[in-house]
Design a protein. Sequence first.
Length: 273
Amino acid sequence: MDFSSWIGRTETCDDTLDPIHAQRVALSLDDPLDSRRDLPLLWHWAFFVHGEPYASLGRDGHPQKDAFLPPVGSRNRMWAGGRLQFHAPLVVGRPARRVSRIANIVEKTGRTGLLQFMTVEHHYTQDGALCIAEEQDIVYREPAPPVLQGAKPAPQAQWTQAVTPDSTRLFRYSAVTFNGHRIHYDDRYVREVEGYPGLVVHGPMIATLMVQAFTRAHPDLAVRSLAYRGLRPLISPRAFQVGGRLQDGQAAQLWAEQDGMLAHQADITFARS
């Protein structure tokens, strides 16, 4: 499929960063917002959402007809990773804007068949100033048995946080992000159609929890950049751990592991706040 004509297409989405919704996000992540006015890192993924009517959804719950992203037929969608630069915090309760652009579309052949990689740029602004610059990698793969086994052992962690991804946690995160993808809440679909042994933990949730664990362990450090990618899916309800280790005075490595094997990993840079 040739989608080169879609490269450069843009979309704009405005949001008020509603405080009540921010409290719901806090509950879904088990991370009290308290009196904070700055939106915690990566919570912006629960905002700036363009909803689609039911008639536009495919059998997997994702929009099949989208005014921004190209149609991909029966391919399965996965959140592969991304890169972010944090310039200033988004403030809860104040209008903000996301401007998105399809930067690149490339088709490759992988272990599970043809893969289509799409890179989308997002710029988040508030009061006319750039707060977050993001590149998001989305992969569309042909239906095939998922790769579930880890191939890389996790390093020795300096801090860890245990997570039990039960179906309630996954449902709540799907709800606050308005994510209709059925692999996160429809057990029969995920087993019988996509071949997973259970519900799949959201990639954005895993990335958010990795950063959350870092900020809890290092409240005096301010994250400046993040580059993350998924290596394999995590399946509910088996517990996993998020953790990491400092590499020097300005960088750290983060990861999510299960049974000692890597599932997701990330690199961040930081400065003292």
